[in-house]
Write a protein that binds this ligand. Sequence first.
Ligand code: 13P
Ligand code: SF4
Length: 347
Amino acid sequence: MIATDTATEAEAERLLRALLHVDCEPGGRTWNYETCRAIAPLTFEINRIKKEKDAIILAHSYVEPEIIYGVADFRGDSYYLSLKAREARAKVIVFAGVVFMAETAKILSPEATVVVPDRNSGCSLADSLNGDGLRQLKALYPDATVVCYINSTADVKAESDVCVTSGNVYHIVANLPAKRILFVPDRLMGQNLRDELKRRGVQKEIITSDGTCIVHDEFGPADIAEARGRYPGLKVVAHPECTPEVAAAADFVGSTGSMMKFVKTSAAPYYLMLTECGLVGRLQVEAPEKVFIAGCRLCPYMKLNSLEKVRDALIAPRPDQIITLDEGLRLRAARCIDRMFELSPTI
Ligand code: 13P
Ligand code: SF4
């Protein structure tokens, strides 16, 4: 069924109501009635096919706003989207995010066909360590409890004792009985974890591998000092994948979900968001009264998602768009994620 002119116009108006305030777009794209009208037939078609195929779309907050507000059923951070994948009863899950997130959805919802719009949507953290690399590290520290950040491949999860996200890492590690923790694959989050445990008076040895996020490791304390000079009363909001120097100089450090909550409940007029620009787009939609000063960065992997690729993956996924996992490996990876759900605070 092709959308009628009236249906397309209604769809364009729906999109415009959501996207009107977004202005942190790659290439300086602006949202007005014409740009919304141009994509309306596509979002209309995707939403129709979704129902026909018994599919849902999960979107991480870093992907393009037309995916988040045009076609996604659930939008949020890694923890929230994992919960939604675990609860899902749909036949098909389209994961607009990066491959490790779609793998996590497949681990938690094995009956569903899980597809990714673009197979090249990797992640510098997940790609920094594989199962063999982790087995070698484990041989060096056989007494350590192995904690993997969710930004890791399924084979790394299968080799780990417990998985964590940016929202529950401090709580879970602080409460583990082991004194020695092998934390992979984010070296900077590992350093932030060491600092936070020290602040809480928790004694643990944290050993890390050497991955970093190519988006968050680029921010420096000089960016913060310069922005504070220009905007008195500015709040600096950072992700725990940033360097410890940035984390120490920020007003708030947390998952993308908790960063959003912080901004929405704070009275300050100006914000510097030390994270991916997609999150600023979400806040421009959901907290339009706040001012976000320039400073966010783009994740090239997240930006591989597009409405066209979402549609194609939904209609007839190519083999490279379908997530498949060996069942033994999936079960072992599921154990470490289930452990996270058991140990996680409500966030
Ligand atoms: P969140 O789970 O906080 O959204 O982080 C995911 C991520 O990839 C950050 O770079
Ligand atoms: Fe990976 Fe960094 Fe992109 Fe997040 S922002 S998906 S950690 S490369």
